[in-house]
Design a protein around this ligand. Structure first.
Ligand code: ADP
Ligand code: ZN
Ligand code: MG
Length: 525
């Protein structure tokens, strides 16, 4: 491509502290009843004084640590002045020149189909296949959220709900290091996983707990993919992106739009702001952007500069295992595939559930009379098979049930112990896959243990050879023509007989035993 996209993100994440950023109001931005969590401070009454929420400072420092920033020993708040009805003070308390942290990075996986020749980076040239891209983080700072404007659909009036006003936000600004919309999306997904792992936000974009503005410009490249001119072109900022998909699609749209402008010889000469219109799938011009000095930032006179030493020291040992490291461990230690590991570690509760399932599973397997060795040995030997079972059943079937029934992993009725027992029933061929699906659905509903459900509903797999033998012989007797055809070389008919046997046993016969017996008796015919 003769034009290389240059993309940088500005992300706001709501912190889930108990109280708001500068007052003691409950921090519950999604409270249904409007204007109940408010006080004279967060509604901007004259003469009130803000008080810094220390928990929010700690969370912001944790976020900055996870993103490898240089932490500021001294930090301060500044006023960002602007008028809008959702911010009654006339200014937002934010941070300007002494943020929580500066100059960090986050490494992301470059999608393999995009890496290599087609994905040249401005700094560092080609991103080799399977490589990780190092995305620079410019800064992390803390600020307060504004109120929610609710535009009345019928009457045209605008209502304001101040419950959200004063919710703590961390703002994360990246360097313009993304080269494709997919990289931007992957970064945001990684960021969500980190916020959840740190337990500082659920970072759900659909709920506006994580919000993103995407900045994009194009640069001309020569036939080798090298930049013709090292300077960046004026950027376009896209607002109102409230899902991963929207970020990706809006950026793809902008690349097309701007490419056309470059081809017509009239690339964007000034910065501008556009909004993403989800319905029509286009970006629309909003305004030409203010420069920073328009906000006339100045130090917040009501809040003294902060010595961050204590919090920096305290949070040093509080950084948990981050999603990237956890993912690697899930692959190396448990034997999960990359995609499964990614999904299983995307949420700390799900990751914990999975780890507990595996540890219970090891115990279960060790206690089974038909398996030999100690728990670790058995798992190690059967790793690939067990990981495939656990990963498959959690990532597809269990996830499907949870999505269908709107169950969150946190209130899932299935205990890791019962899930491990369920996996071991499949592993030891006590239940077939059709029965397993029924059992899992019932487990999610009632929280019973799977063996109980299997027995109560007679869902156990028929693995008694004598019993299956009878069924198989009956079927061959009832279908002499097909049996003869099989004998004459039409071996594809085996599947026909397997189908009949499974039907006759209501899906309960062990299909492997069925196959072996059918082959034996059909040959004998
Ligand atoms: P502003 O002064 O308008 O806030 P910044 O320099 O602070 O601009 O950058 C804001 C965001 O835009 C950052 O994420 C940055 O990486 C990105 N950005 C800056 N310049 C460009 C550009 N020319 N093209 C694409 N993104 C850019
Ligand atoms: Zn308040
Ligand atoms: Mg800026």
């Amino acid at each position: 491509m003769p034009y290389q996209p240059v993309i940088g993100l500005e992300i706001h994440v709501q912190l889930k502290t108990k109280s708001k950023m500068f007052c003691t109001c409950p921090n519950n931005p999604d409270e249904a009843e409007p204007n109940v969590n408010i006080c004279s401070i967060c509604t901007g009454q004259p003469g009130t004084l803000p008080v810094i929420n220390k928990a929010a400072l700690e969370m912001a420092v944790l976020a900055a640590r996870a993103l490898n920033l240089k932490l500021s020993e001294e930090s301060k708040f500044d006023r960002k002045n602007y008028f809008y009805p959702d911010l009654p003070k006339g200014y937002q308390i934010s941070q300007y020149d002494m943020p929580i942290g500066l100059d960090g990075y986050l490494e992301i996986d470059v999608p393999s189909h995009l890496s290599g020749e087609s994905n040249r980076a401005a700094r560092g040239g080609v991103r080799p296949k399977g490589a990780r891209a190092k995305i620079g983080i410019t800064r992390v700072h803390l600020e307060e959220d504004a109120a929610k404007s609710i535009h009345g659909s019928k009457t045209g009036e605008t209502l304001i709900d101040y419950n959200r006003c004063g919710t703590p936000l961390v703002e994360i600004v990246t360097e313009p290091d993304f080269r494709t919309p997919q990289e931007a999306k992957i970064f945001l997904q990684e960021l969500r996983a980190i916020m959840r792992c740190l337990k500082i936000s659920d970072a759900d974009m659909e709920k506006a707990q994580m919000r993103c503005d995407a900045n994009i410009s194009l640069r001309k490249t020569d036939e080798n993919g090298e930049f013709v001119d090292a300077a960046l072109s004026p950027k376009t900022e896209i607002k109102n992106l409230n899902s991963f998909k929207a970020v990706e699609r809006a950026l793809e749209y902008e690349i097309k739009r701007q490419t056309k402008l470059w081809e017509q010889g009239k690339p964007p000469r000034v910065q501008s702001t556009r909004g993403w219109n989800e319905q029509s799938a286009v970006t629309e011009e909003q305004r030409v952007k203010e420069e920073a000095h328009d906000y006339r930032y100045f130090p917040e006179p009501d809040l003294p500069p902060m010595d961050m030493g204590e919090i920096i020291a305290k949070t040093q040992s509080e950084l948990p295992e981050l999603p990237i490291a956890k993912r690697k461990r899930f692959i190396d230690e448990y034997g999960f595939k990359n995609e499964e590991a990614k999904f299983l570690t995307s949420d700390p509760s799900l990751a914990e559930f999975t780890e507990n399932v595996i540890s219970e599973l090891k115990e279960w397997l060790a206690s089974l009379p038909e398996v030999e060795g100690d728990a670790e040995e058995i798992y190690e030997k059967q790793k690939a098979k067990l990981a495939k079972l656990v990963g498959g059943w959690i990532c597809s079937k269990l996830q499907g049930i949870m999505t269908d029934k709107k169950i969150d992993i946190k209130n899932l009725k299935i205990t890791p112990e019962n899930f491990a027992e369920f996996i071991s029933l499949i592993y030891t061929n006590k239940i077939g896959s059709a029965a397993a699906q029924k059992i899992l659905a019932k487990m999610a509903e009632a929280g019973q243990d799977p063996t109980q459900i299997m027995e109560d509903n007679e869902l156990g797999q028929m693995s008694d050879v004598k019993e299956i033998e009878t069924v198989v012989q009956d079927i061959i007797r009832q279908n002499p023509d097909q049996a003869a055809a099989y004998g004459a070389g039409k071996t594809a008919l085996l599947q026909f007989f397997v189908g009949l046997a499974m039907k006759a046993t209501e899906g309960k016969a062990d299909p492997n035993i069925v196959k072996v017996l059918l082959e034996k008796y059909l040959k004998e015919k």
